[in-house]
Design a binder for this molecule. Structure first.
Ligand code: SAM
Length: 235
């Protein structure tokens, strides 16, 4: 770690465009598929109903959006910086829902291209960690939600149990960049993933930031011994 990470939109877009072809495979492999359960829990806790207009921020290859559409047939928009990731989301969506097209929008979560109060629910899985200004993102999410709208944030964390933490950090700093680098040919991207998780604010600090930006914290749920956290916020 050490030097500041470059989280400019240009750099993040390039990083995810580069790893799009191996993203899904490595995601499930490196998380041993527990990420699927985390996304399911996110949707359950967000309590989406069929009439909700939902924004999936940093939608990536669309797994969360596709699961939401399968569970509830609600109007859904996916927003992401990376054209490569969005194109993969569009491909997966049309494969899952024949004759239907994904409403994919290329844009920045720090300047969401929708009007005030457009959405009933918003969600972001593993996206906030990549943003250079968490407060700026929260202000934008707050603006595009109606009152009382809900925002779900799913993000990696580092476990607090000292024994598990040691094992997890070994995995995060050595095994993950090694396997990720080998399979994707892009070790730097997986080193970035590891560094960005370690430098991300802890859940209590995050909850303070959420409240400073106008959200009420409804729930903060540790998942898989705290390697991931799900925050449910209300405007
Ligand atoms: C780790 S992926 C997560 C994708 C997906 N949500 C999932 O659960 O698999 C992070 C995604 O966030 C997107 N992203 C990062 N910063 C963003 C920003 N400022 N605005 C929009 N998308 C962003 C990246 O392009 C990438 O597709």
């Amino acid at each position: 770690m050490g030097e500041m990470m470059d989280k400019s939109s240009k750099q993040i877009r390039k990083l995810f465009d580069d790893i799009t072809p191996t993203y899904d495979l490595l995601n499930h492999l490196l998380s041993m598929s527990v990420d699927k359960g985390w996304r399911k829990r996110t949707l359950a806790e967000l309590s989406i109903v069929e009439t909700d207009r939902v924004l999936d921020i940093a939608t990536g290859t669309g797994d969360l959006a596709i699961s939401a559409r399968m569970a509830k047939n609600c109007p859904l928009v996916g927003l992401d910086l990376s054209r490569g990731m969005l194109m993969e989301a569009v491909r997966k969506w049309s494969q899952a829902f024949e004759g239907d097209s994904f409403q994919a929008v290329q844009g920045d979560a720090l300047s969401i291209p929708f009007g005030d109060g457009t959405f009933d629910k918003a969600m972001v899985a593993f996206g906030v960690r990549n943003m250079p200004d968490i407060g700026g993102f929260l202000d934008e999410a707050h603006r595009v939600l109606r009152t009382p709208g809900r925002l779900a944030i799913l993000e990696f964390s580092t476990p607090t149990n000292p024994f598990f933490r040691q094992i997890y950090l070994l995995y995060l700093t050595k095994i993950l960049p090694f396997i990720g680098g080998l399979r994707s040919g892009n070790r730097a991207a997986y080193k970035y993933l590891s560094d960005s998780i370690q430098e991300f604010p802890s859940p209590p600090v995050l909850c303070q930031i959420f409240e400073e930006h106008g959200f009420k914290v409804i729930k903060s749920i540790p998942l898989t011994m705290g390697i991931c956290y799900l925050h449910i916020l209300e405007k």
